[in-house]
Design a protein around this ligand. Sequence first.
Ligand SMILES: Nc1ncnc2c1ncn2[C@@H]1O[C@H](COP(=O)(O)OP(=O)(O)OP(=O)(O)O)[C@@H](O)[C@H]1O
Ligand SMILES: [Mg+2]
Length: 337
Amino acid sequence: MMEMIKVNNLRKEFITYEKQPGLKGMIKSFFNAKKIIKTAVNDVSFHINEGEIVGYIGPNGAGKSTTIKMLTGILTPTSGEIFVNGLIPYKSRTINAKNIGVVFGQRSQLWWDLPLNESFTVLKEIYQVNDADFKERMDFFNQIFGLQEFIKQPVRQLSLGQRMKADIAASLLHNPKIIFFDEPTIGLDVIAKEKIRQTIKEINKKFKTTIILTTHDLSDIEELCNRIILIDKGKLIYDGDVDNIKERYGSKKQVKFTLKTEEDFFKVDVINEFSHVDPKINIKFEDNTLSVIFNKQLLGIKDITAYILNKLDVVDINIEEVSLESIIKEIYKDGLI
Ligand SMILES: Nc1ncnc2c1ncn2[C@@H]1O[C@H](COP(=O)(O)OP(=O)(O)OP(=O)(O)O)[C@@H](O)[C@H]1O
Ligand SMILES: [Mg+2]
């Protein structure tokens, strides 16, 4: 199996200077501004094989975009090693650019004032895509994204969803070996999201494209990725498959009770009843449904249902494994232990 990305002890520190308010402060800062070192990526290591789809996730400010920027050659690491398809990205930006596609959901890579079709013509020249390939790929994008509907408009006039589709199409035009998607489904409606996920899957299958995806939408991850890399405060805290994280940390279960009347909810105090056994037991109440989320190693479904059924009129009961989303939420909140 070919290794497409190798990252060893990768580190990025940002140096900023603290400014003080006012003229006096300005003068003071000028002579001895306080230097602040922010470690955005803290000695992270991972290897990614050809054809993998990896979710690179973590809370806001974790260092995801900074990592992607180093992998694409936009930023130079403070220390550590990176190889992308055998190249060191910040040293070989131009050649690296031919191997990779990049989408930053927050910011377009396209020319703001050019009509979209002209952006594609420019990209065709930059990447030296031949006429036949260009036609075939544009047809494909038209089919999935309906680009022709807005292809004559300048990029700045496009709606968010149209702009994202255009950006994704642009990143795929030269059929790159590796694609970095930094929040590719941000702000999109469910149908657009689904189209983009389908496209990512299709490209991956057809061309064995390696895909690194950052997103806050964990259903993207559940649908697309077999592996996740989780970082927090610049440090790698998990690297492995999605099922495994569920097994290791998904010790939680959820029982939902649909109540006959809403007022019934106030007749029970689940947390008070069970927190001496499971201190992290949690409840939600929504649409007449009381959900109890508990640690299945500490508490049995039997105990909870017995308590509730004894006190309330219950119309329906549902037992669910907790979703990746809530597992990750717990990890962000409490750490891994
Ligand atoms: N150019 C910069 N100068 C100084 N600090 C920076 C710079 N770029 C990023 N940072 C800091 O580095 C940390 C990591 O930022 P980064 O953008 O990589 O986070 P992220 O994981 O992509 O977060 P989000 O989910 O919000 O997009 C943050 O604390 C951020 O403030
Ligand atoms: Mg980011």
